[in-house]
Design a protein around this ligand. Sequence first.
Ligand SMILES: C[S@@+](CC[C@H](N)C(=O)[O-])C[C@H]1O[C@@H](n2cnc3c(N)ncnc32)[C@H](O)[C@@H]1O
Length: 382
Amino acid sequence: MRPHRLLPGPLRRRVRRLLARSGYEVKRVRGAGVVVDQYRRPSFDVSTELPEGAGDYLRPDNPRLAELRKRYAAADSPMSAHSVWTGDYLRDELDLPWFRGDNSYVYQFRNLGSDARMKYYVYLRDLATRDPADLLQRLGEDGRFGCWTFHYEGWPRVSRDLLDSINELYFLDRRLQLLSHRDWTVLDIGAGYGRLAHRATSAVPGIVWLCADAVPESSFLCEYYLRHRGVTGAHMLPLDEIDARLSEHRIDLAVNVHSFSETTEQSVRGWLDLLVKHHVPRLFVVPNDGDRLLTREPDRTRRPIDPLLAERGYTRTACEPIFLDRSMPRIMGMDDHFLLYERLPREPDGSAPSAPPAGSAPPAPPDPSRRAPPAASSSTSS
Ligand SMILES: C[S@@+](CC[C@H](N)C(=O)[O-])C[C@H]1O[C@@H](n2cnc3c(N)ncnc32)[C@H](O)[C@@H]1O
């Protein structure tokens, strides 16, 4: 009897469907039964149950999601000129209630291959050697909403969401002393479901984190997730309110993690013009292509973003591999870089400023009178 005929038809289909929801595909191969296909396709871990009400709320026909879709379409914003993040992409990648699985927001297995478990252990041990604020213990991971987690004896449970967030926060701390800036306001462009917003507000009480996005599904999930985590220091800004809401704040830093690389020049121009309008002095970017920051156009061509930044006075002042240990990129198979841009005052002759030495003090913030009253600090760790 062939292995996949061991079960009667309806039960077999049910098992197949259940496995598919977790990213497993049942394939017939010579001499064996099941092949795990988790390293090529979206997947999520159902072993942690959804919180109460999540399945009912996180539905494609939720009225709040319908409202956001309508508003984003009506806004006719340059930021909505999409290439990658279209309806098809989301349909293939995303199962709403399991939004923290391995999907278009955070790859968890697909980029690491079959030794992912070992690689996450190396990543954890690397961060543990440079974690003065004890973020691995303080932030934690509960595996909710389908997130794949890894547990190694004697260590806290971890996930890609947790490890990447801690790594990003320490880069920002090395360069800008972020962990001490409890009065900063940060604009997160392409904030996804609010991964970094949740982690940053847990790590830096008092910081205000504004989550912007041009994809209604992302804003919908972000709003839900921040509420679920009880985060009051972070807010989702709907696309058609962003400009007005930014006028209420002094923005100290903008962040863009794996987002500009997934959209068009038209959209990036829109976001950069907004940063200039609101006098944002610093921009942190993590591109998808090593240290190269490129758009992705609908015809699949790529265009450089650095000239757009330079036109607006932003100079690249830091570019670091995301791992400080030089062996790590090869072990992990990841060549990602952290980039920092600063908008420096022009030279007296109007020429572009030269970049300050790496690690130098950040430029003075703009007019403090534009700062909104500090929001109540709050954050919940997972
Ligand atoms: C790979 S996900 C990264 C999410 C988040 N930054 C993180 O690191 O967890 C890319 C994000 O970019 C957003 N995005 C796609 N097109 C965008 C655009 N034109 N403007 C702003 N954000 C966009 C998506 O909605 C998604 O949230």
